[in-house]
Design a protein around this ligand. Structure first.
Ligand SMILES: C[S@@+](CC[C@H](N)C(=O)[O-])C[C@H]1O[C@@H](n2cnc3c(N)ncnc32)[C@H](O)[C@@H]1O
Length: 280
């Protein structure tokens, strides 16, 4: 067997589930991480004596639809690697855009910031590392998610205070915040049918879904509670459902936030909402 032959075999098998491009990218990723082989090694068509069991297991899981990030146990985010498990959402590119905007718009030192629904900790940890002497708090209702976020903060040497909190039922125990950020669950159950099986079957539904009857539940509760803990002039940043930009804009304005913006991501989808709390 040679690397090239195996590569072709694996990427063709994956084409039942993924596009040709995705299948090749996934196979390359597995070869790099498990065999330590680069694309150039594949092209050079190196011989391989024996297939490692880890590679065969990983391929089996990929074919059953498990996302590659859960198989390998990590995912890239804003230039770093985060541990992930099925207890947390796999960090997304659009969330990197939200983080990038916050960094760009908040350059002063000593910003006090809270991330609600932190999951893997990708938002809070990245902001703690990229911003100037920030004081960062992060909460989630899921204990398993918090355990993983703490592991990520420790690996990446980020200072973040994590706490278990159910934002729908608990009050926010922090105060004088400059920024509240959240990427809350925002996919309506009715949108399930448009989703890829590997997301539906493997990513945590607690992180993804809201009831159709009240898709803005998290936005409303967070925006209301944030008003009590933001400093005057403090900012609220949300990642949003692309279909609900106008509704979220109206919601934030009706709750008294000013200079409300809904921004598009690189794919031209409305994905970010920002509002400023000017005080009552
Ligand atoms: C869309 S995921 C975002 C995860 C991570 N911040 C990211 O951007 O990749 C939403 C997160 O909200 C958490 N969550 C769901 N319900 C919650 C609640 N009632 N209170 C606090 N967090 C909640 C989930 O556990 C999940 O980690």
């Amino acid at each position: 067997m040679t690397l090239k032959k195996l590569f072709t075999e694996y990427s063709e098998a994956l084409q039942g589930l993924y596009s040709k491009n995705e299948a090749e990218t996934l196979t390359t990723w597995l070869f790099e991480e498990i065999l330590g082989k680069k694309r150039t090694d594949i092209l050079r068509d190196e011989p391989i004596e024996q297939l490692p069991e880890a590679l065969e297991n990983a391929m089996e899981q990929l074919l059953s639809g498990t996302p590659v990030q859960y198989i390998l146990g990590f995912a890239p985010f804003y230039g770093r690697e985060f541990f992930v498990s099925p207890a947390v959402l796999i960090p997304r590119n659009e969330t990197e855009e939200l983080v990038h905007l916050i960094i760009k718009e908040n350059q002063k030192m000593g910003v006090r910031l809270l991330d609600i629904g932190t999951g893997s900790g990708c938002i809070s940890i990245t902001l703690a590392l990229e911003m100037n002497e920030t004081i960062v708090y992060a909460v989630d209702v899921s204990e398993e998610a918090l355990e993983l976020a703490i592991k990520n903060a420790s690996k990446l040497k980020a200072s973040v205070a994590f706490e278990k909190l159910d934002i729908l039922n608990d009050e926010i125990p922090f105060h004088d915040l400059d920024i509240v950020v959240s990427n809350p669950p925002y996919v309506r159950y009715s949108e399930k049918k448009n989703m890829h099986r590997n997301v539906l079957d493997h990513e945590p539904h607690l992180a993804l879904f809201v009831f159709d009857e009240d898709p803005l539940l998290f936005y409303r509760v967070i925006a209301e509670k944030a008003k009590k803990v933001l400093k005057p002039g403090g900012k609220l940043y949300f990642e949003i459902n692309e279909a609900l930009g106008k509704d979220i804009q109206k919601l934030l304005e009706s709750l008294g936030y000013s200079q409300v913006r809904v921004l598009k991501d690189l794919n031209d989808k409305e994905r970010i909402a920002v509002g400023i709390y000017e005080s009552n």
